[in-house]
Design a protein around this ligand. Structure first.
Ligand SMILES: Nc1ncnc2c1ncn2[C@@H]1O[C@H](COP(=O)(O)OP(=O)(O)OP(=O)(O)O)[C@@H](O)[C@H]1O
Ligand SMILES: [Mg+2]
Length: 435
């Protein structure tokens, strides 16, 4: 309990939190019959200086309240003591409050204060009575009521302040946690980027090693055979069969060289695309359905050759402001993946491009009804060099490039949903206007 709190206001050492109603307060039991002498009341009040007054009864019934202030007021008037002290209380009934404010014991302290204070000004500080069913009226001092009320308010204010301080502390902790979280996330993203870049460089080195190695072997072989050929020519020992053997070796070697150098060049080309060059293309306005129709028309011959059907459905009139070249690269990668990976040789498939207008964004779905992507591969499809077609021309950079273009250049998102044997849907969600 706080030092400031009027402890005597709270009965039996009760804490402010335990007090709700007037019945919880300190109440006095003191009464006198109208036939008794007024001096008895004076003695009662003198023997307990805190007693606020005495209930006056007539044959057991409440007839008035004699407050300390009224009695001593009357007695201090000229001849007051002579007039009243040794006469019955009934003689002074005319000076007493005949209908004192009476409150039910279950009334709240706040309501009691309101009732007490709404009495006429002259009576505001008079005690009030508290009625409990089956018990005689008891007396409550109004100053005590007011002190309790102010103690209750104090403790409510303190509780509110504590709560506020607690909320402020929690908010501050949350802010610190958030900052730490953001720093940790930035570090994680940074280190993930480094790891990804490291993997990419290692992967490129590994991938390029094969064609360069083959080309080197072919070049060495060709140069050795050329030396031998030279020698035969200088020594004048060249036969017709040597000549045709040499031309055949030269043809094979140069073919190998050309093929492998081309493959290496391709790999370097796709590696360059991994680092998406955002400045390489101008943003422009285009109508989406026209644009998709053109794009799909250029890819349809490849689909036909493999025996697959390729269709587009797109609502007309979707105006886009974006990088059409980047979008073409994304969609042709997704479509050629469907044609290449979704179907076993000899089976016919349906690949569809569908567009959903979502207001400020569009969703472009590339959907096939093929083999699907096994669950264990789904989380790796965007990793550089992840491919299930390593032996047969796949580099595993396609979806990695797609992911980068969608996020970096087109400012969109890509998701993939796939179930084995039910096909795959890639959904590319793009803002209609790239900021
Ligand atoms: N529509 C699809 N259906 C089934 N599997 C797919 C589909 N699209 C992608 N994949 C799987 O995801 C892998 C990664 O695709 P990604 O385009 O990155 O590489 P890739 O096509 O193998 O090679 P690249 O595109 O570099 O020539 C593929 O090897 C394939 O296993
Ligand atoms: Mg691909």
């Amino acid at each position: 309990m706080n030092d400031m709190e009027p402890q005597h206001a709270l009965p039996h050492g009760k804490a402010a939190a335990e007090i709700n109603t007037v019945g919880d307060l300190r109440l006095w039991d003191a009464s006198i019959d109208t036939n008794q002498l007024t001096i008895v009341a004076e003695q009662m009040l003198n023997s307990d200086p805190e007693l606020p007054g005495v209930v006056v009864r007539h044959m057991g019934h409440l007839v008035a309240l004699m407050s300390r202030k009224t009695l001593f007021g009357q007695l201090s008037r000229p001849l007051g003591r002579d007039i009243y002290l040794n006469r019955p209380v009934s003689e002074m009934l005319g000076t007493l409050e005949r209908h004192p404010l009476t409150l039910p014991h279950e009334m709240s302290v706040a309501a009691a204060v309101e009732n007490a204070l709404s009495r006429p000004t002259a009576l505001v500080y008079e005690p009030v009575l508290v009625r409990t069913p089956g018990q005689p009226h008891r007396i409550l001092a109004v100053d005590l009521l007011l002190r309790v009320q102010s103690a209750l308010l104090d403790s409510a204010i303190r509780a509110k302040d504590e709560l506020l301080a607690e909320v402020q502390r929690t908010a501050a902790e949350l802010r610190t946690t958030l900052v730490q979280f953001e720093q940790a996330r930035d570090r994680l993203v940074q280190s993930e980027k480094m790891v990804a870049l490291g993997q990419l460089v290692a992967g490129v080195a590994h991938e390029i090693n094969t064609p360069i190695g083959v080309a080197l072997t072919a070049a060495t072989h060709l140069s050795e055979r050329t030396q031998e050929f030279d020698k035969l020519v200088t020594e004048g020992q060249l036969r017709r069969s040597d000549l045709s053997a040499y031309t055949s070796v030269a043809r094979q070697s140069t073919e190998l060289l050309r093929f492998n150098i081309q493959r290496a060049a391709q790999l370097i080309q796709s590696f360059k695309q991994v680092a998406v060059d955002q400045a390489s293309e101008q943003m422009r306005d285009f109508e989406l359905s026209d644009y998709l129709e053109q794009l799909v028309t250029s890819l349809r011959p490849e689909a036909r050759k493999l025996g697959h059907n390729l269709a587009v459905t797109c609502p007309e009139g979707i105006a886009m402001t974006a990088y059409p070249g980047a979008l073409a690269q994304v969609l042709s990668n997704l479509i050629s993946n469907a044609l290449m990976h979704a179907y076993a040789p000899g089976t016919a498939g349906n690949v569809r491009v569908q567009v959903r207008d979502q207001g400020s964004t569009v969703a472009i779905m590339v959907e096939d009804d093929g083999a699907g992507i096994p669950a264990e591969n789904l989380s790796r499809i965007y990793d550089p060099f992840f491919t299930t077609k390593r032996g047969s021309g796949g580099s595993g950079l396609g979806l990695h490039i797609v992911f980068n273009i969608v996020h970096e250049t087109l400012k969109g998102e890509i998701t993939c949903r796939s179930n084995q044997d039910e096909g795959t849907v890639f959904t590319v969600t793009l803002p209609r206007m790239v900021a």
